[in-house]
Design a protein around this ligand. Sequence first.
Ligand code: VGL
Ligand code: ZN
Length: 210
Amino acid sequence: MDPHTPDPEQDLLLVIDVQNDFCPGGALAVADGDAVVPVIAAAMPRFAHVVLTQDWHPAGHRSFASAHPGRAPYESAAFPYGEQTLWPDHCVQGTVGADFHPALDLTRAELVIRKGFRPDIDSYSAFFENDRRTPTGLAGYLRERGLRRVVLCGLATDFCVAYSAIDARRQGFEAAVMLDACRAIDLGGSLAAAIAAMREAGVVLLDGPR
Ligand code: VGL
Ligand code: ZN
């Protein structure tokens, strides 16, 4: 799949979590996170279909370290569905931190998928919550629209982008990640692990690891 000449019938640009809290100055800032905005702006006009995701947590969300007395951000905790990283409070519904980056052009977005709004389940993937069973509805939307190939970009490479790309493959879609339009959190080797897992899942990696 060539992201420079997308097929208007079947290709979709999936823009993951380009929100203020993941950009410099935000609550869960990804280094250089806002650098993805102009790269995404250049890609958007080429795609007939653009879908955005928005991390959208209620205050006091279970993935926040602040919901676990004595625990600190970036530690891991045992949740009913498995190990879960604890995060600083971020992307709280209705706050400026949860807003899209102000320079991200939303005009042509045909769908915004919000995720992580169930108080007890985190959601990295645009397709499934972290229990790996609760769907967001995106796969059904793509199938019903006849869209088969997902080109991903956004934040963060090693969490929401990677989970989304791998789930796209699991759901039977082709998937490619524009790495120059992504930035990573890179927690304890998570970027290298995510790159390896994406390769293993058959995700096409474009433009070198970032
Ligand atoms: C993300 C951690 C927590 C992401 C969202 O967008 O990659 N990471 N919530
Ligand atoms: Zn989150």
